[in-house]
Structures are given as structure tokens and as C-alpha cells.
Design a protein around this ligand. Structure first.
Ligand SMILES: [Zn+2]
Length: 317
């Protein structure tokens, strides 16, 4: 089985992670190294010497030239947090290692924090995942499909045209042997040419060779400089078509992974974040042991308010 190589790879064990990031001092050193790889640099005057003291629980650097003060967590995803960095790092570890996704409720229990805090941690980290993955586009051979999330548990009609569902588009790039490489998934306002054109411009390199079923809107990928081949499936469901086997396998995994999240408050509102987090993890599935560290780096550079992150009237965590 081709997938066994992924399923049986060794991840980063909890003891190994705690060995590296089990204390606040270790987490602070990691963050400092990531922010200033060659030592402290004042954001105001570029001076490289500072005195370090603590305001609250996190270190603050005061430039010895201009006396500007910079918190270690300023400008990162952790900005203004009152939580210890060890809690953030553990949240990042759990989210990076959870193959089937992790609910805010599970995170609350694992970390011993309140539910609102767990929700914020989860959503900020998922926003950082989405933001990092948005920097990449698919190229080469790409299979595309339309699907819905969230409606299965509410009953009602299944498939296109059903109610109370989040419509989304998935694109999966394949290697020369037809094995899956990378995925892009995003909610769309509807299955229209405008929506597909916008999705393709955001997510596909010009020149990609897109294959889809016969839904007319998919032809709009040509507006993004891609070629398009429609495979007419007739009365057969796409999942019965061999050429869409991998895409439908991945979409099945996605639905399993998010089935718990369907119940979450605001699932439809935050669908792009759930989808982006799933894609982030899928796209790095060959390097499970490196995932926690890479996700840490993504959180550090994501900034305090990632573009995908907006929710008013939230308490800070
Ligand atoms: Zn300075």
C-alpha cells in the first residue's frame, strides 16, 4: 500500500517534544532564536545590545541605544498572551500531531485551560496554518472537484443543491504516476465560473493541467491560464471514477476529520480556517516528525493578527 509509508513513519514523540520545549526558558530561547537568528536587533534603530527584564510573565528587551522596549512575544502569534509559552507550544504540538484534527474541547482537556482559551488557541494556530499554506500554489496535473461540508449531519438533500451546507472546491496535484502531492481546499460562494476563476487564480500556477467532472463552471480555470479537461461522468458518481480516486479518498478523510467540528459554533463562518488547517497538515504529511517545529515557525512569523484571523468581541488569551 502506497499510504503505509506515511502511516508508519515515526512522528515526534511527546517525551521528545517535552525534552526540547518542556520549560518556559526553552520556549523563550526557541522564540528568541527564531525572531533574532543572529542575536537581538532593535526594531527602531538596529542596535544589537539590550538589557532584558520581565513585564508580566514574558521577557522584554530594552535597547541600550534608543531605550525602545520590545517584548519577546510582540509581533508574533503569541503577542499579548498571558499564557505561558509552554502551553502555546503544547497546543501547537497536539494540533500538528492530530491526524484527524483536534476539537477545541479536546484541546481544553489536554491543556487544562478554559474552553474559550482553547478555542482561541486552536483558531489562532489554524489561522497561522492557513496563512502559511496560502503562500503556495499547485502546478502540473491537478484534479478538481466540488463538494459540501457540514450538511450530512442535518439530514436533507445530499450533493449539489442541498441546504445548510458549506460549498467548497478542492484541487489535488498529482505526480507522474498519479499519486497525490498537494491539496488546496477553499469554501466558495457557489459553483459559478466567477468563483472557480477566483479559486484558480489564488491556488493554481498558470499552465496547470486541470481535470474535473462535467460541471460547467470548472472550465473557468482557463481564465487563470490553466488548461481544462472535463471527464463526463454521466450518471455515475465521481467517486466511482478511477481518475478521481485519490481526490475522493482525501475528501473522505477531510469529512471524517472535520465531522466533530461540524457541531462547533460558527463552523460555516470559519470553514476556510478548518479547511486551511487540514490542507496544511496534508501537504506536510511526509514529514510528521518535523511538523511541530515547522508549525512553531509558522506561528512565529504569522504575526499577531493573521489575515485570516478576525473575530470581534473575543477575550484575549
Ligand atoms: Zn534601539
Amino acid at each position: 500500500m502506497a499510504m503505509n509509508r506515511i502511516q508508519f513513519q515515526s512522528g515526534l514523540s511527546m517525551p521528545a517534544f517535552l525534552n526540547q520545549f518542556g520549560t518556559e526558558a526553552q520556549c523563550e530561547a526557541e522564540l528568541e532564536q527564531a525572531r533574532w537568528p543572529h542575536g537581538f536587533v532593535c526594531p527602531c534603530c538596529d542596535f544589537t545590545d539590550a538589557s532584558v527584564f520581565r513585564v508580566g510573565s514574558h521577557p522584554t528587551f530594552q535597547c541600550k541605544s534608543c531605550r525602545n522596549q520590545t517584548s519577546l512575544i510582540a509581533g508574533t502569534l503569541f503577542e499579548s498572551t498571558k499564557l505561558p509559552l509552554t502551553v502555546w507550544f503544547l497546543a501547537i504540538y497536539w494540533i500538528s500531531q492530530a491526524k484527524t484534527g483536534l476539537s477545541a474541547l479536546a484541546l481544553k482537556r489536554l491543556l487544562g485551560v478554559s474552553y474559550p482559551t482553547a478555542w482561541l488557541l486552536q483558531h489562532k494556530i489554524m489561522a497561522a496554518m492557513s496563512e502559511r499554506d496560502a503562500q503556495y500554489r499547485l502546478s502540473g496535473r491537478v484534479d478538481m472537484d466540488d463538494a459540501y461540508l457540514g450538511g450530512e449531519l442535518n439530514g436533507g438533500k445530499v450533493g449539489r443543491g442541498s441546504e445548510n451546507k458549506v460549498p467548497f472546491v478542492a484541487a489535488l496535484s498529482l505526480d507522474e504516476d498519479g499519486h497525490p502531492l498537494y491539496i488546496k481546499i477553499a469554501p466558495v460562494p457557489g459553483f459559478t465560473s466567477e468563483a472557480i476563476s477566483a479559486f484558480a487564480k489564488d491556488n493554481l500556477e498558470p499552465g496547470s493541467a486541470v481535470q474535473s467532472d462535467g460541471l460547467p463552471c470548472f472550465a473557468a480555470v482557463t481564465e487563470a491560464g490553466c488548461t481544462h479537461t472535463a471527464i463526463v461522468v454521466g450518471n455515475r458518481k465521481p467517486k466511482e471514477m478511477l481518475m478521481f480516486l485519490w481526490l475522493n479518498t482525501v475528501l473522505g478523510n477531510l469529512k471524517t476529520s472535520l465531522s466533530g467540528a461540524y457541531h462547533a459554533f460558527g463552523f460555516a463562518k470559519y470553514a476556510s480556517r478548518y479547511l486551511g488547517a487540514f490542507a496544511y497538515r496534508f501537504n506536510r504529511r511526509f514529514k510528521l516528525d518535523q511538523l511541530p517545529k515547522r508549525l512553531l515557525d509558522a506561528c512565529i512569523v504569522a504575526g499577531p493578527c493573521p489575515a485570516a484571523w478576525l473575530r470581534s468581541a473575543e477575550a484575549s488569551c
